[in-house]
Design a protein. Structure first.
Length: 127
């Protein structure tokens, strides 16, 4: 008999869309994959201060991933940027709602909706 243990990995990609970067994530965001998310966000922040995390294909999100998201959200806000979420499905990302972050973070139903909203916000004259 052979026993094995697999670790589910996250798949991340970053793509520029206008004046923002969309980071698409597939799989689990947990203590194992949170450093990968942190690295991806850090790299994206080098080119844009408007980020959208596409969570439509995230199957699990734990508090270590939330800590990474909150840290980068605070950094973005500190420099006048934004970190928004798109496609978060309650069933798989319920820690956002349990912790109250769903009420604090900017969230969109889809990436396209988020990109359009960020573009409109950027096009508005500053007061």
């Amino acid at each position: 008999m052979r026993l094995g243990c697999g670790v589910e990995q996250a798949w991340l990609s970053a793509q520029s869309r206008g004046d923002c970067t969309v980071i698409t994530i597939r799989g689990d965001l947990d203590v194992v994959t949170s450093p990968q998310l942190d690295e991806c966000l850090t790299a994206a922040e080098q080119t844009h201060n408007r980020l959208i995390l596409d969570l439509a294909e995230v199957d699990f999100l734990d508090t270590s991933a939330l800590a990474v998201i909150v840290g980068h959200w605070k950094q973005a806000e500190a420099v006048g940027g934004i970190l928004a979420l798109a496609g978060a499905r309650y069933r798989y990302t319920k820690t956002l709602w349990i912790t109250g972050l769903a009420d604090k973070l900017v969230m969109y139903d889809t990436v396209d909706e988020g990109v359009l909203a960020l573009k409109k916000a950027a096009d508005q004259p500053r007061q």
